[in-house]
Each structure stands twice: as C-alpha cells, then as structure tokens.
Design a protein. Structure first.
Ligand code: ZN
Length: 444
C-alpha cells in the first residue's frame, strides 16, 4: 500500500534550515547549489545523540555505471535478484519494506542477505514494530558492487566503486551516509512492492541517514541508510521509518531557532498547546497525559520540538524521536505508529472473492495477519446483517448457514471484522483505523 508524504511544514522548516546554513549561521560545507537536484536528509552525528537535518545531492559521485557493472560482473549475475525475507500477506494488505545492499561484491551477496536479516530482526525487536511485524513484507534486493565496502570508510579519502554509490562524509559530515536515490530506485523497483527502503552499506563504522517525503518523485516515502555491522545504526532506521509510517515529528530542537512560527501542526507528537490547554480541549495526546511512559518519566507537554525551542511541545522528556540514546517510542508515538501501520496494511484479507454472490453453503475464509503477543490484540468477529454470530468468534473459515443466514429468498450480508483491542490505542479515530472488515452478499 502507498503511504503519504510528510506535511509541507517540514519542507518549510527544512528550507529555513538550509537558508540558515547557506547564510553561514550554522554548519559548514553544506551544498546549497549545483547542477544536480538536492533533497533534505536527516542524520545522527552522535550514535546516542539528537538528530540534525541538511540538504544533500540526490545522486552520488561514487556510483558505478550500469554498463560498468554489467561488464565487470561475472555471469550469471545475481544483480537485482529479490529474496523474500518475510512474506506475511498480499502486498495490497501489507507494508512492504525493501532492503538493498551496497558495497557487497558478487562473492558477498550471502553476507548481505544475512546482514539484512539481522537488521530487520533488530528493528522488529523495538516496539511497536515488534508487535506488528506481521503487517510487514520484507524484500531483500541484491545489488552487486565492484568493490567491497563503501566510500569514506575507514578514512575520508577511501573511494569505492559501488552499485548505489553510498558514502560517508556526505555534506562534510562523517556519520552522514548518502546514497544515489536514482540507482536506489532502480533496485527497489525490482521488489514486488515498496513502501519503504532501507539501504545497508557494508561497513562496521557507525552512520546512516533518512530521506523522507520522496513519494512524489520516487513512489515510496522514505529511504533509510545505515551501516551493516554497527548495531547503533539500526536505531536510525527505526526512527526514520517512523516519519514515513507514523507521520511523527522530530522531537528535538535547534539552539537559536526560537519561537515556533507555525499554527498547530498536524503531527500527532508536536503541539503548540500546553498541558492545561491540551487537557481542557481533549486535543492531541490528552488521553495519555500523566501516564508513566516507556521512555521514562510521565507523558506531559515538554517545550521544544519540531526543531523549535519555544511555543511547541513534545509528549515526553526523551524518546527515540528526540535522541538515539533510547530505543523507546513514547505512548503517543506508539499510537501514531499503530495508526500508520493500519493506514497502509490490513490485518484481515478475504480469501473468497467479496464481489461474487455467495450461497448459504459457500465456505467463507479470511486470512489474518500473524500479530503475536505484545501491543497488538486483534479480535475476529462475524456478523449476519449486522448481528454478531458469537459462536464464530476467532474462526477463519465459516459457512453462512451455520452462522445463521436463513434459508429464505432474501439477500443477506455476512461480514468478518478484525478490531485491534490493544491498550496502546486510546483514540477512537485510531481504533477505527485498526478495524478491518470484509463483507459478502449471500443468497439462497
Ligand atoms: Zn527524524
């Protein structure tokens, strides 16, 4: 399923940030002009610190040409081969994550597959990814590089010829790994479907980045880069995917940014409202105020978020959306992520065509996403003309006659619903999003 782009205020904030940088107010050596197009990117210079944003070229100076790749790669090439790492359901009902390796030679493709498995295991060890891993398909796409390793590792002058041209020292920042977005798309398009991309650069050195808001140009919202053999880099992907999936704001601020210049943002985890205003209006994360939070402390309204210092608040003192010294999403963040999972995925897939009329003795079957114990609490129920057939709760295969569809000449509706009863959701709007259903028309 397709997931939406980030709100334009981010682009505005980013443009402001780039303008500041261009004016020499902060940073150094950031490319602000040139012939190629530039895109916004987020990175985490310190493996346990807060993020930062800048603008970087969409292409890479270190990408091997496709012709070179063909010429150099021994036939038969595995280049572009897709290996399903997790295939949990039809792409229409799942979030599809495509993982591509860079800096892996033809002889190292098995290493890439192993690294991709390990990275996905690490991401899905973090809630709410952990509890909802069954809503994801994961596709590994092999990209054969001429050289092993990536540019900028171990030293700045180390140049390598790789399929995606990923490189440390992007924008003069050692830990910022940029990638050629066009070449990345070439490989991502080989997967059956792609909602999010993760590029794994073959390196032990800490680094990574997150591109988001790419949907209009690339067809998927986000690309996360990270180094293969550094476990801190996994948190970068967990953070970046949250922008694309949960539509979450960054919860950090920049010194000198001052007052928030925007009206109330659409982000579920940033608000101009104070605790008292939020509680009075029952707005944003009001239902979580005062709750002990997994990131530590209690949920409140802490000043400083969405890059600004004053007049805008985040739900908790710290969280993975503020700094990578924690792997915990806060409670409002988790709820927003769960909403995002269900915007792009369905826990229930009808296995019998819902557009064809069924009879009382047509076997109606549904597939359920395998959502294990944890935050997720999906409950399957069946209804005949809106009345629940309680004896069928949890059954994935039913007969309308047994559900109670009468043998009259009339037309009846049989509906299967799955509602996620997780306590991690308090908003009725989000609860509605977690409700997936299928309806059949039954006669005779
Ligand atoms: Zn971020």
């Amino acid at each position: 399923m397709h997931i939406g782009i980030r709100r334009s205020a981010v682009a505005t904030a980013l443009a402001f940030s780039v303008a500041l940088l261009a004016a020499g107010a902060a940073g150094a050596g950031v490319p602000t002009s040139g012939t190629g197009s530039h895109v916004g990117v987020e990175y985490f210079p310190d493996p346990a610190g807060e993020g930062a944003r800048t603008s970087v070229p969409a292409d890479s100076p270190h990408t091997q040409s496709a012709a070179d790749a063909r010429r150099r790669t021994a036939a038969p090439s595995e280049d572009g081969e897709v290996v399903p790492l997790a295939e949990t359901g039809p792409t229409a009902d799942r979030l599809d994550v495509t993982i591509i390796g860079d800096g892996y030679t033809a002889a190292e493709q098995d290493d890439f597959i192993e690294d991709a498995r390990i990275k996905w295991d690490e991401v899905t060890d973090i809630d709410p990814y952990k509890s909802y891993a069954g809503l994801f398909n994961v596709w590994a796409v092999k990209a054969v590089s001429q050289d092993s390793g990536v540019t900028g590792d171990p030293s700045r002058d180390a140049v390598r010829d790789t399929a995606l041209g990923s490189y440390f020292w992007c924008g003069d920042t050692e830990r910022l790994i940029c990638v050629d977005l066009g070449r990345t798309k070439t490989y991502a398009d080989k997967a059956p479907a792609t909602d999010l991309v993760i590029v794994i650069s073959n390196s032990t050195k800490y680094g990574g980045a997150g591109y988001s808001g790419l949907a209009a140009d690339y067809g998927y919202d986000g690309v996360s880069t990270l180094s293969s053999d550094n476990d801190r880099s996994t948190l970068i992907a967990a953070h970046e995917m949250a922008h694309s999936v949960g539509l979450l704001a960054d919860e950090y601020q920049y010194a000198g940014y001052g007052d928030y210049p925007y009206p109330e943002p659409a982000y579920p985890n940033a608000s101009t409202l104070t605790v008292n205003e939020m509680a009075a209006k029952r707005a944003k994360w009001a239902s979580w105020l005062g709750e002990p939070d997994p990131s530590g402390g209690v949920v409140g309204a802490f000043e400083g978020a969405d890059y600004y210092e004053y007049g805008v608040h985040r739900p908790t003192e710290n969280s993975i959306m503020r700094a990578l010294n924690t792997d915990q999403f806060n409670l409002p963040g988790r709820e927003a992520m769960i909403a995002g999972f269900y915007r792009s995925a369905n826990a229930l897939t009808p296995l019998v065509d819902t557009s064809a009329t069924a009879s009382r003795f047509t076997r109606l079957a549904v597939g359920l996403a395998d959502l294990g114990p944890g935050l997720s609490r999906p409950q399957l129920r069946w209804y005949v003309d809106g009345r629940e057939a309680k004896q069928a709760r949890g059954k994935t295969l039913v007969l309308p006659a047994v559900l109670g569809v009468p043998a009259d000449k009339r037309t009846h509706k049989v509906t299967a619903t799955v509602v996620d009863a997780t306590s991690a959701v308090r908003s009725s709007a989000v609860r509605d999003l977690t409700s997936n259903f299928a309806t059949w028309t039954v006669t005779r």
